[in-house]
Design a protein around this ligand. Structure first.
Ligand SMILES: NC(=O)C1=CN([C@@H]2O[C@H](COP(=O)(O)OP(=O)(O)OC[C@H]3O[C@@H](n4cnc5c(N)ncnc54)[C@H](OP(=O)(O)O)[C@@H]3O)[C@@H](O)[C@H]2O)C=CC1
Ligand SMILES: N[C@@H](CC=O)C(=O)O
Length: 424
């Protein structure tokens, strides 16, 4: 039974019937906001989830059909499928079927949109429906509508951002002295992390979001697999300590730039100057800085993960659909991605000390014409497990990798050196 909405009916309209696929952290928050705020023109009619009995929530409304039969919900009179299950399959199949049936789809599924967004948008257009995914980048921060509408008049040349709430939660707590494993467990318990947290800590989630932003903001379609992410698991307490001595902290940063038609992108733990606004982000906060050719820098910030912030973005997409808004169609072109950035780097070594180590390292860097900025060695570490840091002036990533390939052959290294980009 569908509830009536007198305000709409007086204008000859009927509410948009919504079916939520996936009643987890975000799905239940979407239902909660719809139940509490009753946005005009929206009616939750179905919830699909496996083993749905344990999900049933009376507060969602008496007319909601709780189902574990996806086929039945897809065949129902729901106008919009809100896909909040995550992953490529079966979520992608459900979305395709919904679009083929002429329904619209709202999703927060960045992985699916990064890999299949263009194809799905074409499918939606062919069948007269809409595909909206405002929650797929930076959770509750309206960066996608901001790019699609507010920045469509510019040419974005650079993107820098903190795009993963789980990594920011972990790294900002490690910066304050916490251990990695319990903080990851806390992020999982609070519903910030992906079902497989390797997506977060390995950098895959941020790279999917970066690929989406690159298409919408820089208008380049890239294969996300061409962006090789660096995991935050390589960062230790020693790195935070050295970073502080250098006037920096460490965050997972995603960056992309378009220079003379060349596109470069990277995701990984990065040293950030403490004066940079990105260094102030704590917990699940995300920040995106978009640099436009005409308009200069625009900064978006807010909560990038968590049920309620993400649900705000989903409900906002639904409200936009209910009010007849269409997606702005942004033309884009396929592009290859390089990993070549000309930036300063931090390199941390862990060695069994002996004479000549610094000489060999500086020699390998000099052979690639890499200029050293600082060498920092803190007192108090044992000689047989001695960490020290070399920072270098801006150099090409490829030159640094050649120097490191030579340095990695040194017999004194207890582990491969950790090289991180520095953001100034
Ligand atoms: N959490 C966050 O902060 C954010 C999440 N997102 C995205 O939103 C989406 C949902 O995330 P989130 O709510 O955190 O995930 P959850 O794991 O909390 O919720 C997913 C829900 O979908 C159900 N589900 C998963 N697979 C199936 C299946 N094959 N058949 C039936 N039901 C299934 C799960 O059931 P069960 O309980 O049995 O596992 C669960 O109820 C993902 O795409 C995620 O990347 C985007 C931005 C932020
Ligand atoms: N796991 C993601 C959720 C939002 O996209 C994150 O931590 O950012």
């Amino acid at each position: 039974m569908v509830q009536s909405d007198p305000a709409l009916e007086s204008r000859g309209l009927r509410p948009l019937r919504i079916a939520i696929f996936g009643f987890g952290t975000v799905g239940s928050s979407v239902a909660r906001i719809v139940a509490e705020c009753k946005p005009e023109g929206l009616q939750l009619t179905h919830v699909f989830n496996r083993n749905v009995a344990r999900k049933r929530a009376d507060w969602a409304g008496p007319s909601v059909v709780w189902s574990e039969d996806a086929d039945a919900v897809l065949a129902s009179d729901a106008d919009v499928i809100v896909e909040l299950m995550g992953g490529l399959d079966p979520a992608g199949g459900f979305i395709r079927r919904a679009l083929e049936a002429g329904k619209s789809v709202v999703t927060a599924n960045k992985k699916l949109i990064a890999f299949h967004g263009v194809e799905l948008e074409r499918l939606a257009a062919r069948h007269g429906g809409h595909l909206k995914y405002g929650a797929a980048v930076a959770g509750g921060i309206p960066v996608i509508p901001g790019v699609e509408q507010g920045l469509a008049g510019d040419r974005i040349e650079k993107i820098e951002g903190i795009l993963n709430g789980t990594c920011n939660f972990i790294l900002s707590k490690m910066d304050a002295g916490a251990e990695y494993a319990p903080v990851l467990a806390e992020a999982q318990a609070k519903g910030y992390a992906e079902a497989d947290p390797t997506e977060d800590v390995g950098g895959f989630d941020a790279r999917a979001k970066l690929a989406i932003l690159m298409r919408l903001a820089m208008r380049v379609e890239v294969d996300p697999d061409e962006i090789v992410p660096r995991p935050i698991t390589e960062v230790t307490a020693v790195d935070f300590s050295y970073a502080r001595d250098l006037g920096c902290t460490i965050r997972q940063v995603a960056r992309a730039q378009k220079t003379n038609g060349n596109v470069a992108a990277t995701v990984g733990p990065t040293l950030i100057d403490l004066h940079s606004p990105m260094a102030w982000s704590r917990g699940t906060e995300n920040m995106v800085i978009l640099s436009g050719h005409y308009g200069g820098d625009v900064v978006f910030s807010g909560h990038g993960a968590g049920g309620h912030p993400t649900a705000v973005a989903v409900v906002s997409d639904l409200v936009a659909l209910a009010h007849g808004s269409r997606r702005v169609e942004i033309p884009s072109q396929k592009a290859k991605v390089e990993a070549e950035f000309d930036v300063p780097h931090y390199i941390r070594f862990l060695v069994n000390d002996r004479p000549g180590i610094v000489h060999e390292i500086t020699g390998a860097l000099a052979r690639e014409s890499i200029n050293i900025r600082a060498i920092v060695q803190k007192a108090g570490y044992p000689a047989n497990a001695l960490p020290f840091v070399v920072t270098v002036e801006p150099c090409k990533s490829s030159a640094l990798q050649r120097a490191l390939a030579s340095i990695r052959t040194m017999d004194c290294l207890l582990e491969p050196p950790l090289d991180l980009q520095m953001l100034e």
